[in-house]
Design a protein around this ligand. Structure first.
Ligand code: ZN
Ligand code: ZN
Ligand code: ZN
Length: 376
């Protein structure tokens, strides 16, 4: 934790106000979620009662919150930011209150994660205000991580790496994916995360389904196993890393394409630097896999941004001509999937640096073969 972070010194709010002015937005209306956490450091729980940060393009932000949430809001970083908290009583209309606090707004931008019922109530309360999404206004800010944010993501990367280092001890013939997944979830918390976001243990044929989670399938000797895991750290920044394991040995057919996958992932990471487009990184991975004859087996995009959310911009996908900039953080995770047989994916989180990329995940990319004889 740094004493002075962008959250508590108000620079993010000032930058958001500048972005709103540039976008022709009079006020940002931000309900609990990643945008509120990003702008203020306030990790409010999303309740049916309205909590909403009003960030006018000019002037001072104010929070509207249910009366019972006021103490928590004031104790949050909102206090240090000097943002007034406007509590509402159970019989008040909080939507009308928001309307009175943004009286002249003709265009408002709503947090992308705002629930539909809130969107419609705000529309009724502010009938003359045109509603837009805040995502496009805040995307540049959210995509370019500060040094503090990169530190948080670096710690998240080390934490999930330490979990991958324990995985070989958990893989034994006869254990189910679910049993192994439960142990991994415990290890994710023990490694310093505050929550487990997902645990994928995809053995044998289940590895051919990219978003398989866990099942009651028992591991057997000769299984390749995809382990894709992630959690949220106390900083609220997320981890996400995939590694490949095998029990005893892996089928020859698997080993043939696994080498291709390693090369595709490595080349894609090596292609990352400021100025190249997001889609070109996807193309590097895809071309390598396609030239080896597995192009139709790489069935998803190459990666996604990560930060306060596991999946956020920039997406590393064909059609995204966004030029990469220093401070962007995203996954590079090509995969090859043979339906009914097995599959493989290798995933690292990388930061775009001044002249290349820094990988936040640093465990081996080699297939980790667990000695099945010793591990039953
Ligand atoms: Zn995913
Ligand atoms: Zn991922
Ligand atoms: Zn993943």
């Amino acid at each position: 934790m740094t004493a002075v972070d962008h959250v508590t010194d108000g620079r993010r709010l000032a930058a958001a106000q500048a972005a709103a002015r540039e976008a022709g937005v009079d006020a940002l209306l931000i309900t609990p979620g990643p945008d509120l956490a990003y702008l203020t450091g306030y990790h409010a729980i999303a309740l049916e009662r309205l909590t909403c940060l009003i960030v006018p393009a000019e002037g001072d932000p104010v929070l509207v919150a249910p009366g019972l949430e006021v103490p928590a809001a004031k104790a949050s970083p909102l206090g240090a930011l000097g943002i007034p908290v406007n509590g509402w009583a159970e019989t008040d209309d909080p939507y009308a209150l928001v309307a009175t606090l943004a009286p002249d707004a003709s265009t408002v931008a709503l947090a992308d994660s705002m629930v539909a019922s809130t969107v419609l109530r705000l529309r009724d309360a502010m009938p003359s205000a045109h509603q837009r999404l805040a995502g496009p206004v805040l995307r540049e800010l959210r995509m370019i991580k500060s040094k503090g944010e990169i530190d948080h993501l670096r710690r998240a990367g080390r934490a999930i790496d330490s979990v991958h280092e324990q995985v070989p001890d958990l893989l034994r013939p006869g254990r189910t994916e679910r049993e192994i997944g439960d142990d991994i979830a415990e290890a994710i918390i023990a490694a310093g995360h505050v929550s487990v976001d997902f645990v994928i243990v995809a053995s044998g044929p289940n590895g051919a389904s990219p978003h398989h989670e866990v099942s009651d399938r028992r591991l057997t000797v000769g299984d390749p196993v995809v382990v894709d895991i992630g959690g949220t750290m106390p900083s609220r920044y997320c981890s996400d890393s995939t590694r490949m394991y095998a029990l005893g040995h892996a089928p020859d057919e698997f080993l043939q394409y696994y080498g291709v996958l390693q090369e595709a992932q490595r080349r894609a990471v090596e292609s990352v630097r400021p100025g190249v487009t997001a889609e070109s990184v996807d193309a590097v991975a895809r071309t390598t896999i396609t030239e080896a004859g597995y192009g139709d087996r790489f069935v998803h995009r190459t990666g996604h941004g990560i930060g306060l959310q596991t999946h956020e911009e920039p997406y590393i996908v064909e059609g995204n001509s966004e030029p990469l900039k220093a401070g962007m953080v995203f996954s590079v995770e090509p995969g090859i999937y043979l339906p009914g047989r097995h599959g493989a994916r290798i995933e690292d989180i990388v930061v775009v640096t001044g002249d290349g990329a820094e990988s936040l995940n640093n465990t081996t990319h080699d297939l980790v073969v667990v000695d099945a004889a010793f591990s039953s």
